[in-house]
Design a protein around this ligand. Structure first.
Ligand code: SAM
Length: 234
């Protein structure tokens, strides 16, 4: 369970209202029951339910069960999709090791202002589900040109381009020397020709194909993250 509070031996944690409801009325845990907590900083902790009231649950941390793992350094840049598919996209990106989620507004992006708080809640839920002990950062949406203009040149941008059929993605990725990586997947309407030309002209960009078929943006995201994890991810 994710808790924002500090985790240390004997730390007392007041579960949130939603979490208290979940622990008491969904999982029906009794006082003394044990569960695992994480806050994204102090590793994984065993905790016990110390007291339950009608709408609250108090926990006490007992011992650390796993140290805080290093966060992978993978920025996932994506053109926001319609909300339902966006929830899926965020969940898969977290499962597949994205440490930062960066919405990007391109010419054909459908949703220029995605619900960031909802994306953040999805990221926490995905982290709880897959036990990664870290909470990916979900940034405010950025315009395409601004994102590239401010780019950290020590970070390699892997651009999923269905026109990059010449490249072998595995060879292209294995040729990457930078430790800091980012992935960019376009919107349902694809990148504009001007955007594509702009990307291909940048020295820090590697364009990769994901097979001969046009994938939906969320499919492309999972496929690209899988290829990255299989070659250069950590
Ligand atoms: N441009 C496509 C078109 O006009 O039909 C649609 C874009 S596709 C739905 C969304 C994004 O997924 C693309 O911008 C690209 O980043 C990625 N993508 C889809 N299929 C791909 C492929 N075969 N290779 C590389 N990237 C792909």
């Amino acid at each position: 369970l994710f808790v924002p509070q500090e985790l240390a031996e004997n730390a007392v944690i007041e579960a949130s209202r939603e979490q208290s409801h979940y622990l008491s009325h969904v999982l029906r845990l009794a006082e003394g029951a044990e569960l695992l907590l994480f806050n994204g900083r102090d590793g994984e902790w065993l905790a016990r339910i110390e007291a339950k009231a009608k709408k609250s649950v108090r926990l006490r941390a007992v011992e650390r069960t796993r140290p805080q793992p290093p966060l992978p350094d993978l920025v996932y840049c994506f053109a926001p999709l319609k909300q339902g598919r966006l929830d899926y996209l965020v969940q898969k990106a977290v499962e597949m090791g994205a440490s930062v989620l960066q919405p990007v507004v391109t010419q054909h992006t459908q949703i220029a202002r995605p619900g960031i708080e909802r994306l953040r809640a999805n990221a926490v839920e995905a982290a709880e589900q897959c036990g990664i002990l870290a909470i990916p950062e979900v940034r405010e949406a950025q315009k395409f040109d601004r994102l590239l203009a401010d780019w950290d040149s020590e970070r390699r941008l892997i651009f999923c381009d269905e026109d990059a059929s010449t490249n072998n993605p595995l060879l292209a990725l294995q040729a990457i020397t930078e430790r800091k990586l980012a992935l960019l997947v376009g919107p349902e309407g694809g990148f504009s020709d001007a955007e594509r030309r702009q990307l291909r002209a940048l020295p820090f960009v590697t364009a990769i194909p994901l097979g001969p078929r046009i994938l939906r943006a969320d499919t492309a995201a999972v496929a690209a993250l899988a290829v990255i994890q299989a070659t250069v991810g950590d």
